[in-house]
Design a protein around this ligand. Structure first.
Ligand code: AMP
Length: 215
């Protein structure tokens, strides 16, 4: 299955994509995770991307498109993939269509997880993540077993710079302005599936699986 997961920051895309990738045995391509890894390693890409990520702005399309293309060609994407965080603009969606055409493939579905802005702020302000494995926690709803340490790695959890309030507000604005138009784009292509992201994680997953006819 070839899927795109859409949704505002904090909608729970990463959580759902992780579970779905395991169920479907397909790779996950997360542009946010690729950028964060490059930032951690202080590569040229990381240094460039950091300038945008820390402010909650989008990394320019030319940089992002190239990375996605490389991953789609490199990773074992023949049997499918899930894109998490890409596309985020209409020009990126057009590029993705071109790449799919070149690979003689097409997208099966685009799942959009809907969450209101107030809920996003609540979620992201209390979100913590493991800098080593990327596991996500929420200080109230899904806290780590030991104070601020990753259950898996025992590494101190971090509050991502882009999960601070003023950056969150900008990320939400950017989402409305740049990413929401993708709804119309994929609705026109008749592949958009919308799911209520304010349900418990398990229910969001079940709704997605039902929409996609996954057992
Ligand atoms: P995420 O983890 O998906 O929320 O992404 C974190 C940050 O990485 C975003 O706020 C952007 O700065 C950058 N980013 C991720 N994906 C894209 C994309 N498709 N286009 C531009 N910037 C992106």
């Amino acid at each position: 299955m070839r899927l795109v997961m859409l949704g505002p920051p904090g909608a729970g895309k990463g959580t759902q994509v992780e579970i779905l990738c395991e169920k479907l045995s397909v790779p996950r391509i997360s542009t946010g995770a690729i950028f964060r890894d490059a930032v951690r390693k202080q590569t040229e890409l990381g240094k460039k991307a950091m300038l945008y990520i820390d402010k909650g702005n989008l990394v320019p399309d030319d940089i992002t498109d190239l990375i996605v293309k490389e991953h789609l060609l490199d990773t074992d994407c023949k049997k499918g993939f899930i894109l998490d965080g890409f596309p985020r603009t209409v020009p990126q969606a057009e590029i993705l269509d071109e790449i799919m055409d070149e690979m003689n493939m097409s997208l099966d579905a685009v799942v959009e997880i809907d969450v209101h802005s107030e809920e996003i702020i609540k979620r992201l302000e209390k979100r913590r993540s493991c800098p080593k494995c990327g596991r996500i926690y929420h200080l109230i709803f899904n806290p780590p077993e030991n104070d601020n340490l990753c259950d898996d790695c025992n590494v101190e959890l971090i509050h991502r710079k882009d999960d601070k309030r003023e950056v969150i507000l900008n990320r939400i604005e950017v989402y409305h302005e740049k990413t929401e138009p993708l709804r119309g784009y994929y609705r026109k292509a008749s592949i958009l599936k919308e799911v209520d992201g304010e349900q418990p994680i398990e229910d969001v997953l079940n709704s997605i699986m039902k929409m996609l006819n996954i057992d």
